[in-house]
Design a protein around this ligand. Sequence first.
Ligand code: CP
Length: 336
Amino acid sequence: MVSDLSKKHFLTCEDWTKVELDTVFETSFKLKNQFLNEEPHLYLPHKTLFMIFFEQSTRTRNSMEAGMTQLGGHAHDLTADKMQLSHGESAKDTAIILSRMGHGIASRNCFYGIGNDYLNEMAKYSTRPVMSLQDDIYHPFQGLADLMTIFEHFDKNPKGLKVTISWAYADTHSKPLSVPQSQILLFPRYGIDVTVAHPKEFPLSKNIVDKAKLNAAAGGGSIKFTNNMDEAFEGANIVIPKNWGGFGAYSVPEYLDNETECKKEMKENLDKYKSWICDEHKIKLADKNVKLMHALPADRGHEVTDEILDNENISIVFDEAENRLHTAKAIMSLTM
Ligand code: CP
């Protein structure tokens, strides 16, 4: 257990040691018990968190805001259009000012090639902890909630657990790479054997894949890749079918300079893979006690069928969503 994590930024789990992450999980479980038993846990009385969302959110926004209230503080729910950011005020000036007025800054900025740089710029100038609510590369709060859910449903030492992270078809929007990338980096650090399946046109970012392999070697887990969804489901203890866009295939300058062409190509590629859905056939290939996880929102009927998502013997997606609250509170109470 680490005693002092105050003011530590939380932009990616990669910046946190395993001992520090273990402290976060221990705190998350304690806070969950306190919440369920309705015991007061006002660890951040009168403190202020500034949240700046550049995109929509249900779980992240509400886990942070409800979490701050339950810890005795308050979260400002800000969007760029409410702030001078919309007139071009810099990340640097915004971070300096907000960190003089409150106790923490959190932001979601998923614009490809921009979001992670934006959050790092804020962290450079903020004297208070800066937390990522998701960017174009990482979604660290989601990674924490996912692993907490795995600990609850399997074992706090999940070594040897087979987790399949599969690309799946969706037509709602081009989802960021950040959820699968955070999962492949984090899970092997805890000894988990990860299989990633995706059509060849929808890879994850090469530098993240390379880092995940190093994490697996150091953590005792493993990571392998396939372009076959059925093969990836065989014998899996957990399946995570989730769409991600084709951003990994494009270098940043190409994407930014030729956005229309890249989006057209992504759509054409997407339409080839409508059969990439988690349905009864796929679930039958997995372990007989397989569990379904998904960061949500799910594209029902495309990424996963209603029959599987609503099956209480299989689906643990709502536990996973609830754990966003407890892990968010852990990070806030430890760092703010
Ligand atoms: N999983 C997740 O980040 O959900 P929201 O986009 O609703 O915050």
